[in-house]
Design a protein around this ligand. Structure first.
Ligand SMILES: [Zn+2]
Length: 509
């Protein structure tokens, strides 16, 4: 819910980093918020005079920026410590399938997990997030976002194949020892359990949009090129077009995914997506670690955004995406925390800092990203990836998504006044410096306290719920996953020698 039209909010800061071309940094500035939008941006004294009745937050010890856009995220795996330990992507996906939520606890779990995860995002300055969700209890998750008040781009995912490894399920299962095969039979194990019939997916997506579309933006989200058939990928692109919706998917996250595309299509994943007509300006891809030079050109020409998830790429052993090269090649790049950030806290500010540092190649000709460019990736680019032209800058008419930092604490004990403030934010801002977050005009957090929900109570309830879920886990299921793991990893053994590195030499790990 936005502010009542009659109540206006004046957000004051010693520096307003607008990320707007016309006035990049305003000293002793302010932003006037009316309803869900920014009414005006300018020097504080004038703005105060123009809106004498407006409630004021912030002050001369604060800096103000557009709220961050988390452009690739899954609330589900945020608590990876509760589901599966770090491992290469394909092993991690198998391990997460060992985690089962009893049906009776599902609605409460989905609500609380979404809420507590989203609170973590807000605490690090996120004012808008994509959520690519796997489970089908969408209403509980949407209720969590509504209660917190966070601007969400909601993207239910769909997948229908390759649940164990990057080969047809029946083909892989046939290679298993007969005793193991008998144990799997009929269990719907691994990610086969999350398959959704395409007709049902489309029906549910349309129902959700009809019910919640007034308040929430919906995106189509085929999970990735390998997990949907070609017919389905073409279909979701057509539905997105028909519904004027965006399409978001994983692309070229792991080296094994690239190998799958080369082996089965004779093309990279991106070439495949291009050849079947999926690419376009309303399309965004999570990760994009394993692109070829040709992929970069294709994505730049098609106007596709790649969402960089540096911590996740490291944690799941996928490598380092050279996004400075992508940006230099004309590709749009945004930032996301994926399902598990650097410290299991979905801390967007840590993600940003890591995104910056990982681009620095050794030597005097080092590759870097300008701090302002990085902040644009975190705001404007994330918004535009989802067709939002009026989110991500501080300008009159933009969505009132803002983050207010306690600059006095952020710059303790001192900061050289000559520093570019964009660089100071990238290098020094931590979640503990986030004072206020405003999402579509609603103040979600102020003076470091979440205002819209009881965060402490939600965290306690989620912790208690996890205790019950852990107690209910079936050791049989876990034993089966443990037995399957060597076969799943063995499947890829012959793949690692394919000529990935010489031909796709962008990844230096
Ligand atoms: Zn992801």
């Amino acid at each position: 819910m936005a502010l009542p039209a009659t109540e206006r909010l004046l957000v004051r800061a010693a520096k307003v980093l607008t990320l707007d071309e016309r006035h990049p940094v305003i000293a002793d500035g302010a932003v006037l918020v009316e309803g869900a939008s920014i009414a005006a941006v300018g020097a504080y004294p004038e703005m105060r005079r123009a809106a004498p009745e407006a409630r004021e937050i912030g002050g001369s010890a604060h800096w103000l920026l557009p709220g961050f856009v988390n452009a690739h995220y899954h609330n589900w795996r945020t608590f990876s410590m509760g589901a599966a330990p770090d491992a290469p992507l394909e092993q991690f996906l198998l391990r997460t399938s060992g985690f089962e939520i009893p049906a009776a606890l599902d609605a409460e779990f989905q609500y609380l997990n979404t809420l507590v995860s989203a609170i973590q995002l807000v605490r690090a300055g996120v004012a808008c997030t994509l959520d690519m969700t796997l489970t089908t209890d969408h209403r509980s998750m949407l209720r969590a976002y509504a209660d917190l008040g966070l601007d969400v781009i909601y993207a239910p995912t769909t997948r229908t194949q390759l649940g164990y490894v990057y080969a047809p399920d029946a083909e892989f299962v046939a290679t298993l020892p007969s005793a193991l095969r008998a144990r799997i039979d009929g269990q719907g194990l691994a990610l086969t359990a999350s398959y959704v019939d395409p007709d049902r997916y489309e029906r549910e997506w349309l129902d959700l949009k009809a019910e919640f579309g007034g308040a929430v933006q919906f995106a189509l989200a085929p999970d990735g090129p390998e997990w949907c058939t070609e017919t389905e990928l073409r279909r979701w692109r057509a539905v997105a077009e028909r519904e004027s919706a965006c399409l978001h998917l994983h692309n070229s996250e792991s080296p094994m995914e690239l190998q799958w595309a080369l082996k089965t299509r004779g093309q990279t994943m991106t070439e495949y997506l291009g050849a079947i007509g999926v690419l376009g300006p309303m399309v965004s891809c999570g990760h994009g670690v394993w692109y070829s030079q040709h992929d970069i050109e294709l994505l730049a020409a098609a106007g596709v955004t790649t969402v960089h998830c540096p911590s996740s790429n490291l944690r799941l052993s996928n490598g380092i995406a050279p996004v400075a090269d992508y940006a230099a090649g004309g590709m749009k790049v945004a930032i996301g925390t994926d399902g598990q950030g650097f410290s299991d806290t979905s801390d967007y500010l840590e993600e940003l800092r890591l995104a910056d540092l990982l681009q620095r190649t050794p030597g005097p000709a080092t590759r870097t990203l300008a701090p302002r460019t990085l902040l644009e990736m975190a705001t404007v680019n994330g918004a535009r990836a989802f067709g939002r032209e009026r989110t991500g800058t501080l300008a009159a008419g933009s969505a009132a998504n803002l983050v207010l930092l306690d600059a006095e604490r952020m710059t303790r004990p001192y900061a050289w006044p000559g520093h570019d403030p964009h660089a100071v934010v990238v290098q020094r801002a931590r979640a503990e410096h986030v004072d206020a977050v405003i999402s579509r005009g609603r103040v979600l957090m102020e003076r470091g306290q979440v205002l819209t929900v009881d965060a402490t109570d939600a965290e306690r309830r989620l912790r208690d719920l996890y205790q019950s879920i852990w107690r209910s886990q079936s050791s049989q299921r876990q034993a089966l996953i443990d037995a399957l793991e060597p076969h799943v990893m063995g499947f890829y053994e012959s793949w690692v020698d394919l000529p990935t590195t010489p031909r796709y030499g962008y990844n230096r790990l």
